[in-house]
Design a protein around this ligand. Structure first.
Ligand SMILES: O=c1nc2n(C[C@H](O)[C@H](O)[C@H](O)CO)c3cc(O)ccc3cc-2c(=O)[nH]1
Ligand SMILES: C[C@H]1O[C@@H](n2cnc3c(N)ncnc32)[C@H](O)[C@@H]1O
Ligand code: SF4
Length: 331
């Protein structure tokens, strides 16, 4: 009798640090933001306390996810410095930082490259229509601004995560255009390690009253994305936003291969707790899938890191082997 070879689905054991919830944008679907000046910034002392508690818990990635200070604000420099310092601190404690702080200036990106193994920014949707609706008060969501970030990330050779936010008033044509744009950028620079297909999921704090993205549509978007995107880009879906096991399995069957950062809290969608790893494993195993942890850097991009970051990646792999825990996979 031959054993069925189970196929691998990855996730990143992660913890999210939020430098600040304050944001000068007001995306009408956001459950994260606070008004400028209304949210204190995470101090390095607080962060260090959190990080110490996380050590030897199997967490590799520190996701630094932030609300935004306006690029022309006199507080921008201090905001950026805090993000940089948090990355530096996470690195010094043996974690691998991945920052998504909204659109950055070129020099800010260059600087963060030295303390992040990868970075991210969701394209959301590239149709300018949304600037009249959900993004009316969100200058950071202007499609050209976000496309420019992806170009700069490519020029700087930063391994990058981007994606689509689905169900914010766009058409299905808009999905394919956004995916085409990502495919083109990747063909030019080769820097997109993964694309997140994120279903809009209403929460308590947002003021846009709209239903969740219809989960029945997700597998078809995934299948088409798989056709449009180059094969070396991994498709990621958030398991806490795909509530039904049957739909999760349909998403995997359609081509999703990663479940993203999984940790104690989804800061963006606090109303949707992440499932436990064991529970996820139990739901996908009967269909022949095996859940395996990964790092926030896909191994094919190792050469793009500075020697110091390459060493940080090696250390985390070495510790993992020493502890006899799951071997972090190299796909
Ligand atoms: O827990 C979450 N992680 C989110 N992540 C984290 C992501 O799952 C991992 O950090 C990456 O897969 C890198 O390992 C994002 C990362 C990005 O670069 C861009 C957007 C997101 C969005 C989310 C999110 O909504 N919730
Ligand atoms: C960090 C990313 O989180 C996503 N995001 C923001 N608000 C929501 C929501 N209500 N539901 C799902 N995803 C959301 C956006 O795509 C943003 O870029
Ligand atoms: S989604 Fe990001 S940019 Fe938009 S309001 Fe929320 S924190 Fe700000």
């Amino acid at each position: 009798m031959t054993m069925g070879v189970s196929q691998i689905i990855t996730y990143s054991p992660a913890y999210t640090l939020v430098p600040t919830y304050e944001c000068f944008n007001r995306c009408s679907y956001c459950n994260f933001r606070a008004d400028p000046g209304q949210s204190s910034w995470l101090t390095l002392t607080e962060a260090d306390h959190l990080l110490k508690q996380l050590q030897s818990q199997g967490i590799c990635e520190i996701l630094i996810l932030s609300g935004e200070v306006h690029p022309h604000s006199p507080r921008r420099k201090a905001w950026f410095q805090r993000i940089y310092d948090l990355c530096e601190l996470a690195l010094s404690r043996g974690f691998l930082p991945h920052t998504n702080g909204g659109p950055l200036q070129f020099e800010e990106m260059r600087s963060l490259k030295s303390v992040n193994v990868s970075m991210g920014l969701m394209l959301e949707q590239i149709t300018p229509q949304l600037q009249q609706t959900v993004h009316r008060h969100a200058p950071s969501k202007i499609p050209q601004v976000r496309l420019q970030q992806l170009v700069w990330a490519g020029e700087l050779q930063i391994p990058f995560t981007t994606g689509l936010l689905l169900g914010i008033g766009e058409t299905s044509e808009d999905w394919w255009e956004t995916l085409d744009a990502i495919a083109q950028l990747h063909t030019q620079y080769g820097h997109i390690q993964e694309v997140i297909l994120q279903p809009h999921s209403p929460g308590h704090q947002q003021y846009w009253q709209a239903p969740a993205f219809d989960p029945q549509q997700l597998p078809q978007v995934i299948a088409k994305a798989r056709q449009i995107l180059p094969a070396d880009i991994t498709l990621q879906i958030p398991p806490n936003l795909v509530l039904d096991d049957q739909w999760l399995l349909a998403c995997l069957a359609a081509g999703a291969r990663d479940l993203g950062g999984i940790g104690p809290k989804d800061e963006v969608n606090p109303d949707y707790p992440h499932p436990q790893i064991q529970r996820l494993q139990n739901s996908i195993e009967p269909a022949g899938w095996h859940l395996v942890p990964r790092l926030p850097l896909y191994p094919q991009y190792n050469d793009w890191l500075s020697p110091r970051l390459q060493q940080a990646v090696l250390n985390i792999r070495f510790n993992d082997i020493q502890q006899g825990s799951d071997v972090l996979i190299d796909k």
